[in-house]
Design a protein around this ligand. Structure first.
Ligand SMILES: [Zn+2]
Length: 385
């Protein structure tokens, strides 16, 4: 058997124990104190094998002390310590082991992935497997709310790296790697109309609600399913009373694009919106938050390597693309080869049935160790911009 896979199987109960500790330390993005506690727990978990630094934004950077004398360049592993689950979720959704799975808030997204990576590093050290580059783990505190404070730090570390491994869960119960992600953005479209009495003075008013309804019809038409472009006016608000012509109305609109070029053309379309009713005016704020992670040749080369390494473990690693974003969107957009979705295998991220498959723990830990200790193929790096 592959020595790394053997090591991971032998250490499975220790890995499960660590996952449990991570899940039982709740860390919703909007509670920085709790996120910090979780970061402290991570520091404790790696204190004997890495040097760690917590940035002023509460991002954790761990540099591992790995075997091998000559180290060229750096490999970045990327994760997040926050979850979408509010404090107290454990009371109704406790950590548990049942039906061959581990269950609990944040277990899949992505506390197991963090535990996997730490144990992958332990395996390399205990088996004395030389690693040809430095390995740095970055754990962000705010990924689930868009990584607003952590983005510059992520980009700075990615620029110094040959490649990025993102510890987000894989796709589906097969745990497919993610080689492309859509770009994500949001617009707020606000309409200013003219208020008046709906009975006494109807004609002097100009309804923001009616104008917004017509605009929504237009922006919904920007969706192009064949090309993977979606525009979703998901929230609307407007007006005060039914007997008042509405002075204000607004819509929050999510959009997803597979290519940066699509984001640019969508941007032009939104900015050229004109009011139907001349006495109404439009205000548009927002734009692209996460650029798309496109499947560049560098990403492809990294996946090919992962596919081969997984095959050595007896696993057929497939690839997938998704409409959801991650911090991998930022690193890939810089041109740094990025492989995403190689954390835990399971289902139900952000949902009550969030869980991971126990029997996929060893092969994922072994795969991460293999990826981290393999030379990044020149064919991947040469495409780095
Ligand atoms: Zn995540």
């Amino acid at each position: 058997m592959d020595p790394l896979l053997g090591w991971a199987r032998k250490n499975q109960s220790a890995i499960v124990k660590t996952i449990r500790e991570f899940v039982e330390c709740e860390s919703p993005t909007d509670s920085p104190v709790d996120v910090k506690w979780f970061m402290d727990l991570l520091v404790e978990a790696v204190s004997d094998i890495a040097t760690c630094r917590l940035t002023s934004e509460c991002a954790l950077i761990c540099k591992f002390k790995l075997p091998g004398r000559r180290k060229k360049g750096q490999l970045l592993a990327l994760g997040h310590g926050d979850t979408v689950w509010p404090l107290g979720t454990l009371e109704t959704m406790p950590f548990r082991r049942a039906q061959g799975r581990l269950w609990g808030p944040g277990v899949l997204d992505m506390k197991a992935g963090l535990a996997f990576f730490i144990f992958a590093m332990r395996a390399l050290i205990e088996l004395d497997i030389p690693v040809p580059h430095e390995v740095v783990l970055l754990v962000n505190p705010d990924e689930e709310t868009g990584s607003k404070t952590s983005r510059p730090g992520t980009e700075a570390l990615a620029r110094k790296s040959k490649a990025v491994l993102v510890l987000e869960p894989g796709t589906g119960l097969e745990g497919k790697a993610k080689t492309s992600r859509k770009g994500i953005g949001a617009w707020t479209l606000k309409v200013l109309g003219i208020a008046s009495h709906a009975g006494v003075d109807f004609a002097s008013g100009s309804s923001a609600v009616v104008e917004l309804a017509r605009q929504i019809e237009i922006v919904s038409g920007f969706t192009d399913l064949a090309r993977g472009i979606t525009v979703n006016p998901g929230v609307i608000a407007g007006g005060t009373r039914s007997n008042v012509i509405a002075a204000e109305a607004s819509a929050e609109i999510d959009f997803r694009v597979p290519r940066l070029a699509d984001a640019k053309s969508l941007d032009r379309k939104f900015r050229s919106l004109k009011p139907f009713e001349k006495r109404c005016s439009l205000e548009l704020t927002g734009g692209l938050n996460r650029p798309p992670m496109e499947r560049t040749k560098g990403v492809g080369a990294l996946f090919t390597m992962a596919h081969r390494l997984a095959a050595d473990l007896g696993v057929e690693l497939e690839e997938s693309s998704t409409g959801g974003g991650s911090d991998g969107n930022f690193t890939a957009a810089l041109g740094v080869p990025t492989l995403d979705g190689i954390g835990a295998v399971g289902e139900g991220a952000h949902a009550a049935h969030e869980s991971i498959l126990i029997d996929r723990i060893p092969d994922r830990v072994a795969l991460l160790a293999k990826l981290a200790s393999s030379g990044i193929p020149e064919s991947a790096i040469s495409y780095t911009t």
